[in-house]
Design a protein around this ligand. Structure first.
Ligand SMILES: [Zn+2]
Length: 143
């Protein structure tokens, strides 16, 4: 029993791990509580640096609505079968004081000047999707 508590404490501590100045690991965990695989964690760490650049450029709070999704969670919410969220390379974000459309424009601009990595930028009514898939992808799902 004591050993389990120690494991739980270790897991708690892991989730509080700071990835960058303004982001910690807990913000990237799958919403269903699934454990994040190590290869996903490595992707999340790199993705977080890109988000920090977006955060610094906007000088405003970035809220992560969705980051890593376990295969089960992704299926449950009807995510794409090859979603970048499965690899820890994607986040859906909002930035305080900016519309989702403005956030998408800012991300596109930061990609253009190589401040953040090329990848997917998705426009939605209430959030902006950004991923570092390694090639350019753009879509507009606003209604
Ligand atoms: Zn997304």
């Amino acid at each position: 029993m004591q050993e389990k508590n120690q494991l739980e404490l270790k897991e708690e501590k892991r989730k509080m791990t700071k990835l960058t100045k303004n982001f910690n690991l807990s913000e990237f965990e799958s919403k269903d509580g699934s454990k994040m695989p190590e290869d996903v964690l490595e992707n999340v760490k790199v993705h977080a640096y890109n988000l920090q650049t977006i955060r610094d450029f906007c000088n405003a709070t970035v809220t992560i609505n969705s980051a890593y999704r376990s295969p089960t969670h992704n299926k449950n919410i009807g995510g794409a079968s090859k979603s970048q969220h499965l690899t820890g390379n994607a986040t859906d974000i909002t930035v305080k004081g900016f519309s989702p459309d403005q956030v998408a424009d800012i991300i596109e601009g930061l990609i253009r000047i190589d401040a953040i990595e090329e990848g997917g930028v998705g426009r939605y009514n209430t959030f902006t999707h950004y991923d570092r898939r390694g090639y350019k992808a753009r879509w507009d799902n606003r209604s």
